[in-house]
Design a protein around this ligand. Sequence first.
Ligand code: SIN
Ligand code: CO
Length: 393
Amino acid sequence: MNTPLLLLNSLTPSQFLAEYWQKKPLLIKNAIPNFESLLSPEELAGLACEDDVQSRIVEYIKGEWHAHHGPFDDDDFAKLPEKPSKEHNWTLLVQSVNHYLPEASALLQQFDFIPHARLDDLMVSYAPDGGGVGPHFDSYDVFLLQGQGKRIWRISEQSDLTLVEGAPLRILKNFDTAQEWLLEAGDMLYLPPHLAHWGIAVSDGGKDCMTYSIGFRAPKNQELATEFLGFMQDKLNQDQLVLDGIYQDADLTLQLHPAEIGKKMIHTVSENLQKIKWSDEMVSEFLGTYLSDPKPDVVFDANKKIALRAFSEKMTTIGIALDLKSLMLFSDDDFFLNGEMVNFTGESATILKILADNRSIVAEDLKAYPSIDSILLQQLYDWYIAGYLHLIF
Ligand code: SIN
Ligand code: CO
């Protein structure tokens, strides 16, 4: 778990976390030796043509930026300049490629030294020579892994983060290059949040630039508060949170204005509302269900219904794997899969922790647990039917 990794410039994950994570950039030459590609430009364009895939084409035309949202079709690509120039360039960006490509999901697993609760997705970009999304900053941590072709990365530790007004994407008004590197296939750049950067595609030996962004997420406190208050409201509605009593005013005294809400009433109600309390268990349930909840555009395809016994036999002989779109987290003995919470203890919890950490559990590992609890089996079967997990083929 904590050995030096080529992926981290031969740092251990602990060293990386202590010295770089959320603090400063790190250039890693040859982070993944021989890495070139998980998919071809044509396959990436194919994904961008599918309905449920989030994709964008960013075009730069004579000093102005334009953003188009997918799904695209052949005509959209045909309209792009055949010979991109300094005046007219473009890039294609496809989000959540790990939802569609097992190899992409496997790539993300190399970043398991960061909790799954912080992981967002793998975005893949394609750009002809000179293309890119311009100078900008992101709010989140990112590892930029170079695929085929090359990319010049410029970074700047500037505090001036003023954006170009009216642009359809966030472009920095001023950019002062502090450092510049040329990344080749397999090289990687880690950037902490809010660090200004600018990537310019460089074609190499006829191959255009493809960059793989391993992106993280961190919920805004305001967003957490909004969602948590909604969660607490559900708890109140379901009587899982109870505030006893009723407003009382045996000490009521005559007020001058009958229409006035008296200070005493405000104070009493304020004191009563402050009796709303939450425990760490409630926060854990909130975080688990909220963070594992799929994004609105994610849909699961139900598996073909088979008998529970057949499922059980197949599972123990071939193993199970989470669907590429599934997210499974846990806290103590509470398990969260795609926004739902279940509780398992003992050996069942051990099995589910393997599934959550590795996103799969192979038949070999299941051999250590010859008598799987029937409630766990039923739960795995229900998730299988829902399409949240699959039998490994
Ligand atoms: C890209 O791959 O073109 C953009 C990645 C980024 O700057 O965050
Ligand atoms: Co960026």
